[in-house]
Write a protein that binds this ligand. Structure first.
Ligand code: NAD
Ligand code: LMR
Length: 329
């Protein structure tokens, strides 16, 4: 190994996404085949033993790039020196729980984690929030890390982005690699808006290539936006390997850049672009280069897209107002 290992903190390490994610990180797929990693796993005390079991299996993988594994039940320790933080562990909605209860329960997780990142993470920390409600959990963590540049807090909409590409490729009978410039706007929720008006298929405008408004409105958009629920219905559990795959894609591109002529979707703090209120963590098309990202500017937003972006952003505003009332941001 030629370089010092990159410290990667993963929360919810004993959960199902954690299990799908950790082996891929250890094998070099998160950062690249030249970058050794040290895993710092965070779990709640009751799940530490299960995380230890996963660590035994990681050891048995004999991964050349895996420089070490430490397991914690204290966020302050887990985020100490972290260069990359994958915030996967979250409080799922249970029976009888109202939306406000869910936001409050997650505030109890993401506030101390934001504080711990602020206190001890490395200067180059990059944070990806996967745990739902991902955008608002990222907003809470960001609010408690005033010394960390706000743009380092991101939320995952890459799974939605990948789902949209897959559905469009299927419709047109082309390969997923023929599709470029897909965009997810807004929240990682059923209000999200997958935009094909700015996407391209083999260089042609995707909406023109599809030329089927009925499919766009009544199949594509709801299918992508409700895919999480479709998976839960089919598997009896929420998406795990595809979510882990998207988390890998998100960080890989953030660190190593996006390919020329393409972009990806990331939930990032708004700078006011496209009329999204500043500070909200909303999904945008972004281009990544040299370890940072920029929101793609100047895209044409037609009336159809505008209404859908506004609806999803309105939901984010509601979530922000709810957590503000709870004193979480
Ligand atoms: P899971 O229930 O299998 O695992 C969650 C793990 O988090 C558990 O092991 C739990 O002990 C741990 N945990 C809970 N609170 C914690 C805390 N305070 N600190 C550290 N660990 C903690 O769930 P999963 O299937 O792995 O999913 C994790 C989250 O990801 C869920 O919120 C899910 O809804 C979300 N998700 C998001 C996307 C997305 O696209 N953004 C996609 C799929 C799933
Ligand atoms: C997904 O998009 O698959 C998940 O966010 C669904 C969920 O509620 O966990």
């Amino acid at each position: 190994m030629t370089q010092a290992p990159v410290n990667v903190t993963v929360t919810g390490a004993a959960g199902q996404i954690g299990y799908a994610l950790l082996f891929r990180i250890a094998s070099g797929q998160l950062l690249g085949q030249d970058k050794p990693v040290r895993l710092r796993l965070l779990e709640i005390p009751q799940a530490v033993k299960a995380a230890e079991g996963t660590a035994l299996e990681l050891e048995d993988g004999a991964f050349p790039l895996l420089a070490g594994i430490d397991i914690f039940d204290d966020p302050k320790q887990a985020f100490e020196g972290a260069n990359i933080a994958l915030l996967v562990g979250a409080r799922p909605r249970t029976k009888g729980m109202e939306r406000g209860d869910l936001l409050e329960a997650n505030g109890g997780i993401f506030k101390p984690q934001g504080e711990a990142i602020n206190a001890g993470a490395a200067d180059d920390i990059k944070v990806l929030v996967v745990g739902n409600p991902a955008n608002t959990n990222a907003l809470i963590a960001k609010a408690h890390a005033p010394d960390v540049p706000a743009e380092r807090f991101t939320a995952m909409t890459r799974l939605d982005h990948n789902r949209a590409i897959a559905q469009l490729a299927k419709k047109l009978g082309v390969s997923v690699s023929d599709i470029k410039k897909m965009t997810i706007w807004g929240n990682h929720s059923a209000t999200q808006y997958p935009d094909i008006f700015n996407a391209e298929v083999k260089g042609q405008n995707a909406a023109e290539a599809v030329n089927d408004r009925e499919w766009l409105e009544n199949e594509f958009i709801p299918r992508v936006a409700k895919r999480g629920a479709e998976i839960i219905e089919a598997r009896g559990a929420s998406s795990a390997a595809s979510a882990a795959n998207a988390a890998i894609d998100h960080i890989y591109n953030w660190v190593n850049g996006t390919p020329e002529g393409d972009w990806v979707s990331m939930g990032v703090p708004s700078d006011g672009s496209y009329g999204v209120p500043e500070g909200l963590i909303s999904s945008f098309p972004v281009v990544c280069k040299n370890g940072s990202y920029e929101i793609v500017q100047g895209l044409e937003i037609n009336e159809f897209s505008r209404a859908r972006i506004d609806a999803s952003v309105a939901e984010l505003v509601e979530e922000r107002d709810a957590v503000t009332k709870l004193g979480l941001v």
